[in-house]
Write a protein that binds this ligand. Structure first.
Ligand SMILES: Nc1ncnc2c1ncn2[C@@H]1O[C@H](COP(=O)(O)OP(=O)(O)O)[C@@H](O)[C@H]1O
Ligand SMILES: [Mg+2]
Length: 615
């Protein structure tokens, strides 16, 4: 996993990861898993399988027709019959073209439709995973699944497995026709086969090795580029560009060399197969030289047809290793894709959620005057080995504003992630109105709680779309939200409105403006519980004044948890909860805590200094 440290650039090498795995070229288990995606298009494949032998038959008929014309019309001097032969020849070629076209069309149609379905399946699957999944699997790798790996599978349809099948059919057919024409000559030609087999096997091994290298290095290259492009500002501002260039060059050179290895193997293979093909033709001519006498002329048509067939026979052999590599790549890609599809860490899909669907009755919510809106008891949690929350207890009264303060890394944001079930607590209980959040449908939980955090992600589109985010809000509702949080003033300044264009990641909006968009998102949703996680951290004091109205508007009459770093916000809350290293160490009102002279009193002095500094 990538680390972002200030230390010297981490050495990036092509570490063989999942990409290094090379399976069999034909893995029935994998093909079986792929089948559900191919199945809806099986009729297309049936058409292909029916047309394919026709194309081959027509192609193989041409030398036969020519040999026939040679034998019966040219050598006998019946030249007036030749135009008819020519016409038949043209007819066969036209028919072959047509059937080839049909064949390719149906095969590719099946392939493209399968890829389409598979891509959707992967995307949907990934979107449904919970946050911990994305901590483990880098985005670059997921992207590779959806692009490169799908493309590898696509190649299988275009030029791999499936055409390999028609190649084999064609080669068998060629040998069949040759045997029928002249068995002895055919057997002589087949003497070159062992040589060919040795060669193909050798080339296959070479290919396999270089193929693995190419995969590994390509993956490294993608991951490296992805990481640096998404962090382009850091790369440029902190002068990482030249080191990055050097490292990229290194990985890139490795990729090039691996490719050259494959090209070398391929070129050798091509040349040697050509040589063996020529050898086979030489055998045919040598055989013909052995004939003396009357049958000599009769041999010419056969010779000619044989030379044609031998040439046709060696074309697929030449492509064989290439196709083998494609197949191997496709199977490896297929394996990685299904590995991903078999990973089930569904967001809210745990066994308890499934059981919840079958549960007879949902526990009655307790909403009496004395019951807390949110209650945490003995909550423990860790992302990995290190405990992050070590037994947190917390009660939030309905309608109250509770401030959570504490040093960076004390677990404040983690608490919020557990409350919204982005992550699952390890032990302890978390309840909303006395109902365990695990007993609430995920959709309901997230409708009732809205989090506004310091990182506001906008999507490419319009401002309105970014506030609604796919929910069916009226335009007037969106407009109202914009006005109530004070975003309209910022918009007017730049002469924009609700239809303002938002570029990718909202880069044409300032941090303060993005923050207001987040407030508008929350406001229009009108959640029961509002959580602000350092929501104004990125905003300068001037802009914060602008936002203040938006925040106040948002908090009015709502149960609010606010992770704050400004004394003014903290001071005015009904309850202040102080966290330290995963524990709640103090709670009370501002006055109580200051009077107590504990952790908060120290913290408060720091806050005051910081505020005075900014003012
Ligand atoms: N996704 C994550 N994976 C692993 N560790 C994490 C992750 N998110 C946060 N942490 C760790 O958990 C601890 C608490 O983080 P957090 O709750 O974000 O603190 P804060 O109080 O600053 O909001 C930190 O030590 C942090 O490094
Ligand atoms: Mg935080």
């Amino acid at each position: 996993m990538a680390t972002t440290t200030a230390a010297p650039a981490p050495k990036v090498t092509a570490t063989p990861g999942e990409e290094a795995v090379l399976g069999k070229a034909y893995d029935l288990e994998l093909l079986r898993k792929l089948w559900p995606f191919v199945r809806p298009h099986r009729k297309l494949l049936v058409v292909w399988a029916m047309v394919m032998p026709i194309t081959i038959g027509l192609e193989l008929a041409l030398p036969l027709l020519f040999a026939y014309a040679l034998k019966h019309h040219i050598l006998t001097g019946e030249l007036d019959k030749l135009p008819l032969d020519a016409l038949a020849y043209v007819g066969i070629i036209a028919a072959q073209g047509l059937s080839g076209l049909t064949e390719t069309w149906f095969l590719q149609l099946a392939g493209q439709r399968t890829m389409h379905a598979l891509r959707i399946a992967i995307f949907d699957h990934v979107l449904a995973q919970r946050a911990a999944f994305f901590d483990r699997i880098p985005v670059g790798r997921l992207m590779t699944r959806m692009t490169n790996d799908i493309e590898s599978l696509n190649e299988m349809f275009a030029q791999g497995a499936i055409t390999l099948l028609s190649d084999v059919v064609k080669m068998i057919a060629i040998v069949g026709v040759m045997l029928w024409m002249d068995a002895k000559l055919t057997l002589l030609v087949l003497l070159t086969m062992p040589l060919l087999a040795v060669l193909v096997e050798y080339a296959r091994r070479l290919m396999r090795a270089s193929f693995r290298q190419i995969r590994v290095r390509l993956a490294a290259m993608n991951a490296f580029a992805q990481e640096h492009l998404s962090g382009i500002k850091v790369v440029q501002l902190l002068g990482r560009a030249s080191t990055a260039q050097r490292e990229y060059d290194e990985i890139n050179a490795g990729h090039r060399d691996a490719y050259l290895g494959q090209i070398r193997a391929d070129a050798w293979m091509y040349a040697l197969v050509e040589a063996i093909g020529t050898l086979a033709i030489a055998v045919v001519i040598w055989y013909a030289a052995g004939y003396r006498g009357a049958s000599e002329a009769a041999l010419i048509p056969t010779l000619w047809a044989f030379i044609e067939y031998i040439n046709k026979f060696f074309v697929p052999v030449r492509d064989l290793s290439q196709k083998y590599a494609v197949m191997q790549g496709a199977m490896a890609a297929c394996e990685r894709i299904f590995q991903l599809l078999d990973t089930h860490e569904f967001d809210g899909g745990g066994p308890e959620a499934e059981a919840a669907g079958k549960r007879p009755a949902r526990p009655e919510p307790r909403t009496g005057p004395g019951d807390p809106a949110i209650a945490l008891e003995g909550v423990h949690f860790s992302y990995g080995a290190e405990p992050v929350l070590r037994g947190v207890d917390l009660k939030v009264t309905r309608g109250a504003t509770v401030a959570i303060v504490g040093a960076t890394g004390s677990g404040k944001s983690t608490l919020i992630k557990l409350l919204t079930r982005l992550y699952e607590r390890d032990t302890g209980s978390i309840q909303l109105d006395g109902v365990d959040i695990r007993d609430l449908p995920m959709g309901e939980l997230r409708r009732r709680i809205t989090v506004v955090s310091q990182d506001v992600l906008l999507f490419a589109g319009t401002l309105g779309e970014n506030i609604a985010l796919g929910q069916p809000f009226e335009r007037s509702q969106l407009d109202q939200a914009i006005r109530r949080v004070g975003l309209d003033r910022a918009l007017t300044r730049r002469g924009a409105d609700i239809d303002a264009k938002v570029t990718e990641r909202g880069s044409n909006f300032s941090a303060g403006e993005r923050q207001l968009v987040a407030f508008a998102r929350a406001l229009v949703r009108d959640p029961e519980i509002l959580i602000l996680d350092e929501a104004t951290a990125h905003v300068d004091p001037e802009a914060e004044q602008l936002i203040e109205r938006g925040v106040a508007e948002l908090m009015r009459g709502r149960t609010t948890l606010v992770i704050a770093h400004r004394l003014s916000t903290i001071r005015n809350s009904d309850l202040i909860v102080v966290m330290d290293r995963g524990l709640v160490v103090e709670q009370g009102t501002h006055e109580e805590l200051v009077a107590r002279g504990g952790y908060y009193a120290t913290l408060e002095r720091t806050f005051r200094r910081a505020d005075a500094h900014e003012a």
